[in-house]
Design a protein around this ligand. Sequence first.
Ligand code: SF4
Ligand code: SF4
Length: 339
Amino acid sequence: MSQKLRIAIPLGIVAVAGVAFAANVSVGNLSSFGWESIALICPVGALGTMLASKMMVPRAVISLVLAAAAIVLLGRAFCGWVCPVPVVSKLRGLFKRKDAAAVEAETGKQLDTAPLTADERAALKASCGSGHTCASCDHHKPADSRHFILGGTLLSAAIFGFPVFCLVCPVGLTFAFVFLLVLLFGHGDVTWSVVLIPALLLAEVVFFRKWCSHLCPISSFMSLIGKANRTFQPAINDEQCLETAHGTACGRCAAACEVAINPRHPELGTAATECTRCRACADACPTSAIHFPLLARKQAGTEVLLDDADRGASRGAAPVAGAAAAAPDLDDLEPETIS
Ligand code: SF4
Ligand code: SF4
């Protein structure tokens, strides 16, 4: 249900903007929206505009403050529920074929649920803190490619006196394409943009698969501000989780997460502050153990929602096949809790 809503909401926003444009009612789009004198702009656009004009723009400052407050409260929920780019990127499914087994493996439906072997438990114990780095820990590096793109976006605005990135922003391109369709079918306006804009959009988010995770400066901005976020992050009820309640390897929540967060073993995945609240992990959990509390808490006897500082001491783990796991220490569980 939540996954359908995640598609319906962005499409609904694009549809409303398109209808308003056709009716000549000024509501704008996600890059710049509002009603008459009340208007907000995207935070990266706001920063770019001020750097380009080399002056404080009250509307941009207000937009930045409100965006930062929303990110501190909700993290990257915009990416999961509002932004149309993940929906557009699903078009890449038209260009590739997967066999059913691969799809099931990706969604975790066919993951091994056998109890951890002795070797796997030993690997769990020896994992994080051993000093080496692995692909999972690589997600925790302080700056990723998105941050460099954000820096380039702001620098180019200051150099050229214009927020250059706005010309290629896929959010803006999505709305621009809809508006061009309105002009084409409503007014018979034929321009090359009707071809060029969707071509650029497809090139960015369909054929280049890593836009959201590697290039998006808006995602980068949210990631940086979102480090202060502590609310509505995924948390696990250990009494319901297969791993802690039964000592059974599972990992479905980690397999379902598109941003590589491992809710069961957060030290092995992307930082929890990157969570888009998409709820895919909760939907994938066979025991409905995952919830999104107002405030994250560490739970007794397990590591849940470690912050970046806590993770620093426990990096270097290689995920264990079939378990994708390090903590909790299953050997420390009382025998009667492992059935
Ligand atoms: S942790 Fe869960 S809610 Fe957060 S991004 Fe991953 S799947 Fe979505
Ligand atoms: S929280 Fe749910 S999906 Fe994740 S390991 Fe536990 S039982 Fe499996």
